[in-house]
Design a binder for this molecule. Structure first.
Ligand code: TXA
Ligand code: MG
Length: 332
């Protein structure tokens, strides 16, 4: 498992054809999506799904997202699809929105970690779409990183984490969105965002014409709704420290001159580099390559925040000067 040859395939017809062939043979293949790279397997192939959990070192109680190319694919993996789904599908598909639906019996339990639901999304990236169409069935695909580490937004990130453990990666360049999809449970009333992403609460509310929740109610918070959100995630080796004032940086840096400082607000401050969804994971990985010990990020102390970026930063952070946010669960 650890020493197979991992092919780097081009994102041409021939590369997609080769990737599809490997998937149909029960192998696992990483591919680009508009959010982050996914590690794909055929949804109905149980042994390929096992390979994903092993290659990533992923806990088996953390379910996988099913990637579809067509609306008709959904009927193969879900039942009792509510009208809400089609309203959101028409507006946001293909794109970075994942919706929770009732599971079809034919979907292996290992996809959903025993839950009665499935998570479905329609990637916008043309390579992801072509690959699913060529395979002829939906693909499960978690982010193509070692479990717990930073998600990959470039093919070389996938190779750094998984070379020797997977059959191939299709190189589609850098991912445009840079953070994972918004996960929305549309079976709950009102629907609840389980993971913030590029598609925001307000965007969804505008389409549905009704309010949705950005966190689970207290009755639901202890019932696992999206098991992955309870694990450590997005964490570089470097210690991530979130500050709210420039003066807070000094106590964490021996030599502030050589300490890279990042900021999330768009008003540029001298000495700080701008951090956003598209570069956050790449910068985390670069910092680790350079053996940087601490990553200091100056954050807006007051809303409006970029909810997806702040969610990832707060999950990654060892130390935070931001007000406590109960929706950010950090267990090791
Ligand atoms: O943008 C994305 O969503 C990327 C690309 C590759 O599509 N995928 C991704 O997958 O981020 P992963 O496995 O890293 O995260 C999937 C999240 C986890 O938090 C998991 O718990 C949740 O989706 N999830 C999967 N199935 C679920 C289900 N049936 N109910 C609730 N949450 C679910
Ligand atoms: Mg992930």
């Amino acid at each position: 498992m650890n020493n197979q040859k991992t092919l780097i395939l081009p994102s041409t017809n021939a590369g997609i054809e080769k990737g599809a062939k490997l998937l149909l043979q029960g192998e696992i293949v990483a591919f680009p999506t508009e959010t982050v790279y996914g590690l794909g397997a055929c949804v109905f192939n149980q042994s390929a799904i096992q390979k994903i959990y092993i290659a990533k070192g992923r806990p088996t109680d953390n379910p996988l997202i099913i990637h579809c190319a067509e609306r008709a694919d959904v009927e193969r993996v879900a039942v009792q699809i509510p009208a809400l789904f089609d309203t959101l599908f028409q507006k946001f598909a293909p794109g970075p929105l994942t919706m929770i639906l009732k599971k079809h019996d034919v979907v292996p339990d290992s996809v959903c970690a025993g839950l009665p639901t499935v998570a479905v999304r329609f990637p916008q990236h043309p390579v992801a779409q072509a690959l699913i169409r060529r395979v002829g069935e939906p693909l499960v695909a978690p982010s193509a990183n070692r479990s717990g580490y930073v998600s990959p937004t470039k093919a070389n990130h996938v190779m750094d984490d998984l070379a020797g453990r997977i059959s191939a990666v299709i190189d589609g360049g850098a991912c445009a969105v840079g953070v994972e999809s918004t996960v929305l449970n549309i079976l709950l009333n009102p629907p609840v965002i389980l993971r913030p992403g590029m598609i925001k609460k307000e965007d969804i509310e505008q389409v549905l014409g009704l309010p949705i929740a950005e966190r689970l109610s207290t009755e639901l918070v202890n019932i696992p709704q999206s098991p992955g959100t309870k694990y450590r995630h997005y964490q570089p080796e470097a210690k991530v420290i979130l500050i709210t004032k420039d003066s807070e940086a000094k106590q964490f840096s021996d030599n502030p001159k050589h300490q890279p400082l990042w900021q999330t607000s768009t008003e540029p401050l001298p000495g700080y580099q701008l951090l956003h969804e598209q570069n956050v994971y790449d910068l985390f990985r670069e910092a680790d390559k350079q053996h940087i010990k601490t990553i200091i990020v100056l954050c807006n102390a007051e809303p409006p925040y970029n909810s997806a970026l702040m969610n990832r930063l707060q999950k990654a952070a060892e130390i935070s000067f931001l007000p406590h946010d109960e929706s950010i669960v950090r267990t090791s």
